[in-house]
Design a protein around this ligand. Sequence first.
Ligand SMILES: [Zn+2]
Length: 371
Amino acid sequence: MRIGELIKYLECWAPPGVSWEKDNSGLQTGNTEETLKSIFLCLELTPEALSEAIRKNCNLIITHHPLIFRPIKNLNFQTDKISQLIKQLIKHDITLYSSHTSLDFSKNGVSYELAKTLGLNQIRFLENIDGKLLKIIVFVPEENLESVSEAMFSARAGIIGEYSKCSFNTKGTGTFLGSSGSNPHKGIKQNFEKTGEIKLEVLVHHWDLNNVLKSMIKAHPYEEPAYDVISLKNKTSNYGMGAIGLLPEPLSVNEFFKLVSEKISVKNLKFTPGNKTEIKYVAVCGGSGSDLLNSAIKFKADAFITADVKYHTFHDAFEKILLIDAGHYETEIFSLNALQRYFEEYLIKTDSKIRVHKYSGCTNPVKFYNN
Ligand SMILES: [Zn+2]
């Protein structure tokens, strides 16, 4: 199996096109044409994590946080840590790929996994994202409707939440006048023609557009298929930020603290109190999710768990919602379990002997002082 095959599989779940525009999700270094040996997962690359990957004969490392985030002006192997890691990756023929906000914004990604770890049910996004959806409108002869729509569906058009193959069809009349150089599928060239057609409307995410158009044009019988691509303001229900769900049963605030502390192995939880004595409806966002505080309040969540919360954000939440800062590493590390399950499912299906390793150490630089 090529490394690229596994990355393609990952991108079906967490497409780089969904990422935050300032992010650098995707390939960091390497050659995806190489044969895959084993996979190594860690939240971010450190010298210790890289040494373990080399020892375990892994030539594909998937991290959450990208190694290359800001533009690199030079590679200084003497003093710069990132340069030194890049040198080691190249020396050992290792491909490094980061699934950062692409995984954050995907269903069953970072925040979903945190919600599952806490035992929440009926999980959904806290906020869906916009700017990702397009609509394709194409005019098709009725007898070709099925083959054209199937070709578009198989290239991932028409997915809305838990529904696939979504489209809308209306009957109408198309007109055309072919030149002397034309070769019309119906009618005669240089003759003004009218023909019955179906207006087929399908939604597509922008990163799938080229593939969907290619498939549509291939399946379409016309020499010049007529189609429109329209940008939409709609939010996509397939991708979003944060997650919200229900605890199996209401807990007192103290019981809830105990649950959070046990499930995500954090002794020190920084928080500000909310206005409820019982916690049932819980919002989460792995990593820095303070921007979602208002959405959590709007959804009437009893508690919101995230990380990197500033002092003034705690003030904003005080006596409105129980806001817990559980740590950046702590709220994101469980996403490696989701990645491992996803890859192993594929490797079992393809009868592969390739193994998925998770870093056995901890890359969290934040420590707590206990006296
Ligand atoms: Zn993060």
